[in-house]
Design a protein around this ligand. Sequence first.
Ligand SMILES: C[S@@+](CC[C@H](N)C(=O)[O-])C[C@H]1O[C@@H](n2cnc3c(N)ncnc32)[C@H](O)[C@@H]1O
Ligand code: SF4
Length: 391
Amino acid sequence: MADFSFIGDKTDPGFGVYVHWPFCAAKCPYCDFNSHVRHQGVDQARYVSAFLNEMEEARRLSGPRTVTSIFLGGGTPSLMDPATVDAIMNGIARFWHVPDGIEITLEANPSSVEATRFRGYRAAGVNRVSLGVQALNDRDLKFLGRLHNVEDALKAIGLARDIFPRMSFDLIYARPNQTVEDWEAELKQAVSYAVDHLSLYQLTIEEGTPFYGLHKAGKLVVPDGDQSALLYEATQDITAAIGMPAYEVSNHAVPGAESRHNLTYWRYGDYAGIGPGAHGRLMIGREKLATATERKPETWLDLVEANGHGMIDQEVLGYDEQSDELLLMGLRLKEGIDLVRWEALSGRALDPEKERFLIEHGFIERIGNSRLRCTPSGMLILDAVVADLAC
Ligand SMILES: C[S@@+](CC[C@H](N)C(=O)[O-])C[C@H]1O[C@@H](n2cnc3c(N)ncnc32)[C@H](O)[C@@H]1O
Ligand code: SF4
């Protein structure tokens, strides 16, 4: 019988607040996140006022809520002054109830890490840092267009470990020409620096990025499906062996150290999305509202200053859309989804033929009577499994 004691309280997926800092010192050639380079500098105080205005609008929509996690993501939030982070924290506490001790994460790039600034974030309430290490060899860091080298990364990991109670770092694997042996050696080194959480992403070639152009022109070749599967399996084996198994497709933690904030997304909870290009999901009565803000920072700022918020899309999601989203997010998790919740939203049971086919081929499995999850093989073809079950 599988052990699911780590799952915690699934009945309340929580309410997270996400704040997006959309600026980076340089744009990485693989990245399609909403991140922008502004060599002329950024008026942080102006962004703080705008964040607070947008929070007020989100609070009007959400009503009074108790925050279960805060995430400062980007872009590169570690380019923010500690005073900016402090003002954002105070703003959140003005609009919602923020209990002591909730998880407060800030994403940091090793190239912008500095002890005084880290201490400032800690003083502002940040208790978890997620570092974008990406690789542990200088050749690949250069290939990924990163501004840091391995020495900078190790220094940043050391500082994060000293200053914050919790820390995680990201690596990108399935790089061109990466062998399983290369990756195993690098990952074994990485886990020796890890505290209790790691995010391990396979390199994806995103449309519109410089890597996409190179890939299309045949100048950048990524591992094929079989090689990627071997790399993925090696990742599962090494992380499981050191007690940091996957709890989500790309996220690994010591049981109990899972990212509370990301669990809220994957368990299809509510979150307010603040800042340029941020998305939100807010339950209003029996309806789920999907919000999206303007992506371009300066246009978002103008919108907030004119209208009090930068939301350009607010859509009430029907039960069908909600059940699809719940499936899409929940099947990423090792704990899977609660079928009773999914059936209540979708108004139907799973198609027995489809379920039998996917179970017989080893892609999904039931956990007791009321939960469903992907097997490790199913995780490799997650999009196909979700598409099959959703329609
Ligand atoms: C939006 S980034 C923000 C973190 C921070 N700016 C950084 O890059 O270090 C979050 C994470 O997404 C991952 N990521 C971004 N683009 C990716 C891609 N094309 N393929 C795989 N992982 C990617 C990276 O590991 C990165 O750390
Ligand atoms: S630093 Fe992070 S967010 Fe910025 S461009 Fe690179 S991957 Fe994207």
